[in-house]
Write a protein that binds this ligand. Structure first.
Ligand code: UDP
Ligand code: MN
Length: 241
């Protein structure tokens, strides 16, 4: 099993740094892997090489779905299709993909490896990741024919369209993807369960690295933003225990 993240721009490299550091702090014994696109600067790549067990170069996959992306107000997210490469990392038995804007809390996430997973390619006999080029081409074609929300989330919603109602036991509890953006309808749950957060996700256009440390729309979230900064500025980057 490997933990995998993605960096297509230098700024998200800061985020990935925190993903790696927080996983290490957590004491994981699993491989920590980052996929990077060729445009990422040499300096950022070097930083990542020092922090991750493996840095894998992948081609950019862009949904080019300008219409839906502009509805979302996030034109930059077409490239999240690049995450699809994660399914080609067949050298690992399982991959846990984490966005680069996540922070792993020191709480137990060991439960993750024991979960049951549905590999994408098992759902579709013609999706054979052992033929990588064909897999990517077919997946890309599927994606561009099934655009619903511009980025990878729309793709997943479309491919796993029974997900919201079927296989509820395979869903991860929301503390594994606790959104640290202040959606008002979410705040009560956040207040009640936030302290159980296992993985905090800084969803939205404003990321911890693009805001000031004390820049936060709500006092509840503030804690997580400062936690992110503390992790970013920490120097405990040595290998896993
Ligand atoms: N990403 C990236 N460069 C970009 C935009 C996105 O590397 O310019 C990657 C990164 O891993 C990021 C993920 O794609 O975490 C999804 O984008 P983002 O987290 O910004 O989306 P949100 O969680 O805000 O919907
Ligand atoms: Mn994200």
């Amino acid at each position: 099993l490997a933990f995998v993240t993605l960096v297509t721009t230098d700024s998200y490299c800061m985020g990935a740094t925190v993903v790696a550091r927080s996983l290490r702090r957590h004491g994981t014994t699993r491989r920590i892997v980052v996929m990077v696109t060729p445009n990422v600067s040499e300096h950022s790549r070097f930083t990542l090489e020092n922090m991750f067990d493996e840095v894998i170069t992948v081609d950019v996959m862009d949904s080019k779905d300008r219409l839906h992306l502009s509805l979302l107000g996030r034109p930059e997210l077409g490239i999240t299709f690049t995450k699809i490469h994660c399914w080609t990392l067949t050298q690992y038995s399982k991959c846990v993909f984490l966005d680069a804007d996540t922070l792993v809390s020191p709480l137990n996430i060991h439960v993750l490896p024991s979960r049951e997973w549905i590999p994408w390619f098992k759902l579709h006999s013609s999706f054979d990741p052992s033929s990588k080029a064909m897999f990517l081409e077919k997946t890309y074609r599927y994606c561009t024919n099934h655009l619903h929300a511009g980025g990878d989330q729309g793709l997943l919603n479309s491919f796993f369209n029974s997900w919201p109602v079927a296989d509820i036991s395979k869903h991860l509890p929301f503390v594994y993807n606790l959104s640290a953006s202040s959606l008002y309808s979410y705040l009560p749950a956040f207040q009640q369960f936030g302290h159980n957060a296992k993985i905090v996700h800084f969803v939205g256009a404003v990321k911890p690295w693009s805001s000031h440390r004390d820049d936060s729309s709500s006092p509840t979230m503030e804690g997580f933003v400062s936690l992110w900064w503390r992790e970013y500025l920490s120097h405990t980057t040595s290998s896993a225990p």
